[in-house]
Design a protein around this ligand. Structure first.
Ligand SMILES: CC(=O)N[C@H]1[C@@H](OP(=O)(O)OP(=O)(O)OC[C@H]2O[C@@H](n3ccc(=O)[nH]c3=O)[C@H](O)[C@@H]2O)O[C@H](CO)[C@@H](O)[C@@H]1O[C@H](C)C(=O)N[C@@H](C)C(=O)N[C@H](CCC(=O)O)C(=O)O
Ligand SMILES: Nc1ncnc2c1ncn2[C@@H]1O[C@H](COP(=O)(O)OP(=O)(O)OP(=O)(O)O)[C@@H](O)[C@H]1O
Length: 494
């Protein structure tokens, strides 16, 4: 594509040195990804300043470089006159706008749905993808469990755990549209909003799940975390809002476009309310209150909070003009995401449950739901996550203490930390750290094996927290890991 930099929409150029147009075949924010005829966006990060990599990028074929400070652009131009150097106020915002333009505004050719909230984004995105596709609106999804078209999981080198960088995001929208999908649902993390990854997208629907403590290692204050999440609703045509949650109440005041509200309290005045929730062998039944009608519903999902997640998916379909009767007809076929209340049947009537609960609120609610099952003993593995806020770790310990028969404390994604320091930090949350039912396992693999060893007939073994992109992040490397593979080989070897 030939790009004339002075004619790009939504880009405020402060200074341009070099040719005003270039033939561009690729966009990159990391010098290692630069190819021939690339545009390189140099940004200051936590560990490095993108300026350091400009020469490397040019040597690898960059023909245009964006940055936010004038320093050295004239000098670089003298050395590389074929290359264009452009100064803008906000490189991340510019990168998002150029990505959208480069991939031909593919987001606008799809119905776009953004999901934000502390817990439930992955689950809601999976429900929305499944529900809309069942309603014959082929829908892809983008989030922690990967990139999915309406048909299957796609293979991408993911740039981030949850919400891709803007360049990757617009490439994915473009690909989904090319594959024939008509809608895309994506998880929008607070960090992504802060880093302008979704800048310039006007979502057809923004969904709010709930708000509680998380990501303080990045945001530092709860206020900053919440403000980032709230910003998603400034770029949404319609919204689905959980009125059982405090942030939902704030959104009700601020959001002025059409909305559907939802609640698990039948006495609330939410648009969608669930009542008489009852767990059955194959799923959950409940009564749906909508428009003065009461509908009996059966869905193949477990956990009361997942009924809230189902309501948010129903709300999305309503905002996209589907009829409630059509929605209810397909709900029994709703598909769930992997690793969220995923039940594996073991020998001797054992149940192994994989669940990504990794915040204090998620762990509390998960325990409530698991305790509704019938079992002999309950064995739970919790993890300290090395790449997250250390203050969260003791809270996970105090939630589990005294609640279950055995607790295995392990480590997810140690990053650059010593795994034993992470376990020690989790243990500071136990009132009785020497109790004989507390076990230490410095790797997730050892944690899974220890939990299985502790299991007997009719026990439930609950493995919480989990992998990012099928991996454990250790010293900056993504090391492949699969709980399922470990479980399978453990039972085969018995
Ligand atoms: C902590 C954080 O915000 N990290 C993001 C940040 O990286 P950074 O600040 O460490 O970057 P840096 O290493 O200092 O480098 C600065 C710049 O130089 C570039 N560079 C660096 C080295 C080099 O050799 N060449 C080069 O060009 C980098 O691409 C970057 O643009 O800027 C990068 C470029 O935009 C992001 O990709 C990166 O996200 C990383 C992958 C990440 O893991 N982010 C996590 C925290 C994240 O975004 N998580 C959320 C929520 C997950 C959840 O749901 O819980 C998500 O949406 O995934
Ligand atoms: N609506 C909800 N309220 C509270 N807890 C929930 C809710 N939905 C899911 N959870 C719990 O949170 C865990 C993580 O769910 P999910 O992966 O959907 O959240 P997420 O927001 O995508 O988190 P992440 O982006 O970190 O993956 C689930 O396994 C479950 O234990």
């Amino acid at each position: 594509m030939i790009l004339n930099f002075e004619q790009l929409p939504d880009i405020q150029i402060k200074q341009l040195v070099g040719p005003t147009s270039q033939r561009v075949l690729h966009l990159a924010y990391h010098s290692k990804h630069v190819k021939n005829s690339s545009l390189f966006f140099s940004m200051k990060g936590e560990n490095a300043d993108g300026y350091q990599f400009i020469e490397e990028a040019i040597q690898k074929g960059a023909v245009g470089v964006f940055g936010s400070v004038h320093r050295c652009f004239q000098q670089l131009h003298d050395k590389y006159p074929h290359c264009t150097f452009i100064v803008v106020d906000d490189v991340r915002k510019t990168m998002a706008n150029i990505s959208k333009f480069y991939f031909q505004q593919a987001d606008e050719k799809l119905k776009t749905i953004g999901v934000t909230g502390t817990n439930g984004k992955t689950t809601v995105a999976a429900y929305v993808r499944s529900l809309l596709t069942l309603l014959r609106l082929p829908t892809g999804s983008i989030g922690t469990t990967g990139i999915w078209s309406s048909h299957k999981k796609l293979t991408y080198q993911k740039s981030t755990p949850t919400t891709p960088e803007s360049i990757d995001l617009h490439q994915i929208f473009h690909d989904l549209e090319t594959f024939g999908d008509e809608a895309a649902v994506m998880e929008v993390s607070s960090i992504a909003i802060d880093q302008k990854r979704v800048e310039g997208i006007l979502f057809d629907v923004a969904i709010h799940t709930n708000f509680s403590e998380e990501h303080l290692e990045y945001h530092k204050t709860m206020e900053h975390y919440k403000n980032c999440k709230m910003k998603l609703f400034e770029q949404a045509k319609t919204a689905v809002i959980n009125v059982d949650d405090l942030m939902g109440k704030d959104l009700l005041q601020l959001f002025k476009n059409p909305m559907v509200t939802y609640s698990l309290n039948k006495n609330s005045n939410a648009t969608l309310r669930a009542d008489s929730i009852s767990v059955e062998e194959k799923g959950t039944t409940f009564e749906l209150h909508y428009n003065d009608n009461i509908y009996p519903v059966t869905v193949p999902v477990f956990g009361e909070y997942n009924i809230a997640n189902v309501l948010s998916a129903i709300g999305t379909a309503l905002l996209l003009n589907f009829h409630i009767e059509d929605i209810l007809n397909v709900l029994p076929q709703l598909a769930s995401p992997e690793g969220r209340f995923q039940v594996i049947e073991g020998p001797q009537n054992q149940k192994i449950i994989l669940d990504y609960a990794h915040t204090p609120v998620a762990l509390t609610r998960l325990l409530q739901e698991v305790k509704k099952l019938t079992y002999n003993r309950l064995i739970v593995m919790i993890a300290g996550i090395g790449i997250r806020d250390f203050n969260k770790m003791p809270k996970m310990a105090s939630i589990i203490e005294g609640q279950v028969d055995e607790v295995v404390v392990t480590v997810d994604h140690p990053g650059f930390h010593n795994p034993n320091d992470i376990i020690d930090q989790v243990f500071t949350g136990f009132a009785h750290p020497n109790a004989s039912n507390l076990h230490r396992a410095p790797t997730r693999r050892e944690g899974v094996l220890k939990s299985l060893e502790l299991g007997g007939a009719n026990d439930v073994i609950l493995l919480t927290s989990g992998c990012i992109n099928g991996s454990q992040i250790v010293k900056g490397e993504y090391i492949p890991h699969s709980d399922e593979a470990i479980i399978e080989s453990y039972y085969v070897a018995l």
